[in-house]
Ligand binder design. Structure first.
Ligand code: TXE
Length: 483
């Protein structure tokens, strides 16, 4: 797959509304995950590029962008959303070449990006303060104000969606952004920022500096001119980001993935559940923070669910992004190695279902989607985030055991519960530790409107929905004495 849809030079950064080469002049190679072939180069931004980007963002936040009317901010975001919709096909093709996503999944990401801009564009002038009854002779009210400069560190699994939810909400509330996309997936970030410029976003309101995490990423998180950081990625890097932010005492939003369960009771509508059980595990080749990687099944329907899921696994088609099948490659040779290490640790487990790989380009980063059955809840594969197309089935006897297993990992991002018993639905929605619980459905990452985030090692803070706007603002209380 080639990058013929690009209309800019990806070996540059977008700073202060201008395309500029990174100060160090360096580049990083770009690989097509479907073939492993080197298909281009991106900028290797570093600390001085981050300095320039923070400076440009500071100017924007104290100038044009910071002072613009909320309704006008919303208008620009809405216009940008429409421009993204006009470019869905080009953005999808760029993303497919860059991250190996089957085209229909890449298209869905581009449409979701547009939807975030529509949602946050509409919300920009609807974030109100309050008046607070106080002592006689006082009028007290609150103001929601932008932080100023916000830093956004984005991973490679859903670049467009994560940019939409984080940069979209930050811009809507009047912040100026510095975005550090993942080194394996920065093309749609650059494309998006260029479209934003064309949509009339003032120079410096959105700056993009591609580069390595340890260089550009670390420089951004440690920068004293940044007032808020949102990070999506691994627990290990999330810790570093939080540590760096603590030096400057700035708030962070961390979304660090999970080990999300779907719990299937004997009385569930199994036919309705089946597509969700499998899709939530293999969507985006399992590289989804809210992937459902654990399937907990009550013993009365365990064999039936195992057989039906195994049949679905056998029918999964794996192929190049451009072939647009069910599953593409993982992002990189490094990620392939990580997933294969996990599969090695599952050598003692029963493989209940597996897709065949067939005839695929030799250099591509392919993993055969694999379903393990009868897995003990303390097995590594049932506890650790694998981030590949791998699911484990865990049997349980009763509701109490189901809750204990569901809550038995360090994570708490999303959960699904399948049962026809209404009272049990409500009990589990309360008992399960997670940021989102889906009853008789499962929305892996879905729903622009739905607040999203985790507890435990899944992170803290909420993105998406109206709730995100509170995180990207700070509250000021004004107390006026007038007698
Ligand atoms: O993640 P990193 P990696 C998990 C998943 C995966 C594992 C490793 O389990 O197997 O993480 O992936 C930037 N300071 N998730 O190595 O390192 C980096 O450049 C500042 C789950 O890719 O967390 C990229 O932009 N930034 C997850 C971003 O952090 C730094 C999505 C994510 O990279 C940095 C992705 C540093 N010192 C991986 N080091 C999810 N929650 O969905 C790296 N980065």
């Amino acid at each position: 797959m080639s990058l013929q849809d690009l209309w800019f030079d990806p070996a540059q950064c977008l700073i202060g509304g201008e395309w500029v080469a990174p100060a160090g002049g360096g580049t990083l190679p770009l690989h097509d995950p479907s073939t492993g072939a080197e298909i281009g180069a991106i900028a290797r931004g570093g600390a001085s590029d981050i300095d320039a980007a923070v400076e440009a963002a500071t100017r924007a936040s104290q100038g044009d962008w910071g002072r613009i009317a909320a309704a006008e901010r919303g208008r620009i975001l809405s216009r940008l959303g429409r421009m993204v919709l006009e470019k869905v096909e080009a953005l999808a093709r760029i993303e497919a070449a860059d991250v190996g996503k089957p085209l229909k999944q890449a298209r869905a990401d581009a449409v979701a990006l547009a939807r975030y801009l529509e949602f946050y564009g509409g919300a920009a002038d609807k974030l109100h303060g309050q008046t607070i009854p106080y002592l006689d002779g006082y009028t007290v009210y609150t103001l929601r104000e932008a932080h100023g400069v916000t830093g956004h560190i984005v991973p490679w699994n859903y670049p467009m969606q994560i940019i939409g939810r984080s940069v979209g909400a930050a811009l809507a509330t009047g912040n100026a952004c510095v975005l550090k996309p993942a080194e394996d997936a920065c093309l749609t970030a650059l494309a998006f920022a260029d479209l934003a410029r064309q949509a009339g976003l003032p120079a410096g309101a959105l700056n993009v500096v591609p580069g390595l995490g340890a260089e550009a990423g670390a420089a951004l998180t440690a920068h004293p001119g940044v007032h808020h950081i949102s990070f999506t990625g691994s627990v290990a890097t999330g810790r570093m980001v939080q540590r760096a932010a603590s030096e400057n005492v700035v708030p962070v939003t961390l979304e660090l993935g999970g080990k999300s369960p779907q719990v299937v009771f004997d009385d569930a509508d199994i036919e309705a559940a089946l597509p969700f059980l499998v899709n939530a595990g293999i969507q985006n080749c399992g590289q989804t923070c809210s992937a459902s990687s654990r399937i907990l099944v009550q013993r009365g329907v365990y064999d039936r669910v195992r057989e039906a899921m195994a049949a679905r696994y056998a029918a999964l088609r794996v192929g190049r992004a451009i072939d647009d099948l069910d599953v593409g490659p993982v992002i990189s040779a490094k990620q392939k190695g990580l997933v294969e290490d996990f599969l090695g640790q599952g050598a003692d487990l029963e493989v209940a279902g597996q897709a065949s790989l067939g005839d695929l380009p030799g250099g591509g980063y392919y993993i055969a989607p694999t379903l393990y059955a009868g897995v003990a809840q303390d097995h590594t594969l049932a506890r650790d985030e694998i981030f590949g197309p791998v699911q484990v089935m865990i049997p349980f006897d009763d509701e109490a055991e189901a809750v204990a297993i569901a809550n038995g990992t360090d994570y708490g991002l999303v959960a699904g519960v399948w049962t026809r018993d209404g009272a049990r639905q409500l009990r589990l929605a309360r008992a399960i530790r997670a940021g989102q619980v889906f009853l008789n459905n499962y929305g892996a990452g879905g729903g622009v409107e739905l607040p999203f985030g985790g507890i435990g090692k899944s992170g803290h803070g909420r993105e998406k929905g109206f709730e995100a706007l509170y995180g990207f603002t700070t509250l000021k209380t004004v107390a006026a004495y007038h007698g």
